[in-house]
Design a protein around this ligand. Structure first.
Ligand SMILES: *Cc1c(COP(=O)(O)O)cnc(C)c1O
Length: 358
C-alpha cells in the first residue's frame, strides 16, 4: 500500500542519544531540558523571538486565542483543516467564513475587510500548503481596524517569505508538529508571538496557569514531553536535506504529469518553499473521483485535502456559502508525497492518473 504520507524517522541511534539523557535525568515532562533545548533550536532555525512548544497544533491555536483574549467573531477561512474552525468554536467564539482567493488558496483580504463589524476581534487564516496569505494586506487591515491577525501556519514550517520565516508573520502564528507534518515531534506544535508579555501568558496557559504555588491565570495542559522533544531534536538536523529531496520529487511529479488537464498552485515571488504537500487540481469532481477510484484499486491512498469546505460542517449554524472554496475543495487532491518516496511509485501513480483521465 502507498499512503498519502509516510512519517520521516531519523536514524534510531540519534533518537536514542536523547533517550539516554532522559534515563539519566528521570525528567520526563514539565518544561524539561530537551523541551527547552528544542525551543531554543527552533527559535534559531526559524529566526523568531518567542516560541512555546505545545502538545499539538490544535491546542496551540486554542491557547493563542485564549492568551490574546479573543472573544466574539473571528473571521476565518473555509479552506483549511477542520482544527482551524473547531478551535474557534471550542473557545466560545463565532467563526465568520469568507471565501478564498482561487490563485493562492488563502483567505481573500478584500472579503476579510468587508466582513469586519464591531464584534470582530481577530482573523484566523491558514497559509494553505505553505503558500503565504497576503500577509501585508492582512497586517494593514489588522492595524486599521484594531483586530488581531493569527496564522494557522501548520503547513508553513521551513517556508521563508520575503526573507523571513513565514511563521514570523502575524500577531501570533501556530504550527503543528504532528507525525504527518514536514517537521514533527510525533505529536506537538507551537505558538509564536512577538511580545514578551504575551509569550509569558502562553507559557502560563499551557501549564495550568501557575508556577509552583502561585496561580496567575486560567490555564490548561498544553505541555509537551521530553520524549516528543527528543524526536524533534533528532529530526530538525534533517530539515534542509528533506526539503531539497522533496523539491526534486515535486519536480519529478510535475514532469510525469505534464500535458494532463491538471493545475498546480503557483508559487508567488519571494517564497522559499518547503514542498510539504503535492496538491493537484482536476477540472471537476467527477475526474477526481475517477482518479481516486483507480488509485485505490492499486492500493494507493491519496487524500481529499481539504474537503469539505468548512462552512458546510454540520455544526456550523451560519448559512454563508463560499463558492470558490467549495469549488476548489471538490476537485483538489493531495497525491502521495514523502521523503524517501521511490521514483518507481511516483511514476506508477502518474501513469494510473494518466490512464484514468483519458
Ligand atoms: C495538522 C493541522 C492542524 C492540527 O494540528 P495537530 O497537531 O494535528 O493538532 C491544524 N491546522 C492545520 C492547517 C493542519 O494541517
Amino acid at each position: 500500500m502507498i499512503n498519502v504520507t509516510k512519517s520521516f524517522l531519523p536514524p534510531r541511534k540519534e533518537y536514542e542519544k536523547y533517550l539516554d539523557q532522559i534515563w539519566e535525568s528521570h525528567w520526563l515532562t514539565n518544561n524539561g531540558p530537551l523541551v527547552k533545548e528544542l525551543e531554543a533550536q527552533l527559535k534559531d532555525y526559524l529566526g523568531v523571538q518567542y516560541l512555546q512548544l505545545t502538545s499539538n497544533g490544535t491546542i496551540a491555536i486554542q491557547i493563542a486565542l485564549k492568551a490574546m483574549g479573543i472573544t466574539g467573531k473571528v473571521i476565518t477561512t473555509p479552506f483549511s483543516y477542520v482544527a482551524t474552525t473547531s478551535t474557534i468554536l471550542w473557545e466560545g467564539c463565532e467563526p465568520v467564513f469568507v471565501d478564498i482567493d482561487p490563485e493562492t488558496l488563502c483567505i481573500n483580504p478584500d472579503l476579510v475587510e468587508a466582513a469586519i463589524d464591531g464584534d470582530t476581534h481577530a482573523v484566523l487564516a491558514t497559509h494553505v500548503f505553505g503558500l503565504p496569505c497576503d500577509v501585508e494586506r492582512l497586517e494593514e487591515i489588522g492595524k486599521k481596524h484594531g483586530i488581531k491577525i493569527i496564522y494557522d501556519a501548520a503547513h508553513a514550517f521551513g517556508c521563508r517569505y520575503k526573507g523571513r520565516s513565514l511563521l514570523d508573520y502575524g500577531d501570533a502564528a501556530t504550527c503543528s508538529f504532528h507525525a504527518t507534518k514536514l517537521f514533527h515531534t510525533v505529536e506537538g506544535g507551537c505558538v509564536i508571538t512577538h511580545d514578551a508579555a504575551l509569550d509569558r501568558e502562553v507559557s502560563l496557559k499551557k501549564s495550568f496557569g501557575h508556577i509552583g504555588d502561585e496561580h496567575f491565570t486560567l490555564g490548561i495542559n498544553g505541555k509537551n514531553s521530553e520524549f516528543h522533544a527528543a524526536m524533534g531534536l533528532a529530526v530538525l538536523p534533517y530539515m534542509q536535506q528533506n526539503i531539497t529531496e522533496r523539491k526534486m520529487l515535486s519536480e519529478t511529479y510535475d514532469e510525469s504529469l505534464k500535458g494532463l488537464p491538471i493545475t498546480r498552485p503557483k508559487l508567488p515571488e519571494g517564497l522559499e518553499y518547503n514542498y510539504a504537500y503535492y496538491p493537484v487540481l482536476f477540472e471537476n469532481e467527477e475526474t477526481l473521483l475517477k482518479v481516486v477510484e483507480s488509485l485505490k484499486k492499486n492500493e494507493i491512498i491519496p487524500r481529499r485535502y481539504f474537503w469539505p469546505s468548512l462552512e458546510t460542517l454540520p455544526y456550523i449554524k451560519s448559512k454563508s456559502t463560499c463558492n470558490i472554496s467549495n469549488d476548489i475543495s471538490s476537485r483538489i487532491l493531495c497525491l502521495p508525497f514523502y521523503n524517501e518516496m521511490k521514483l518507481r511509485d511516483l511514476r506508477k501513480i502518474s501513469d494510473i492518473i494518466m490512464s484514468s483521465i483519458d
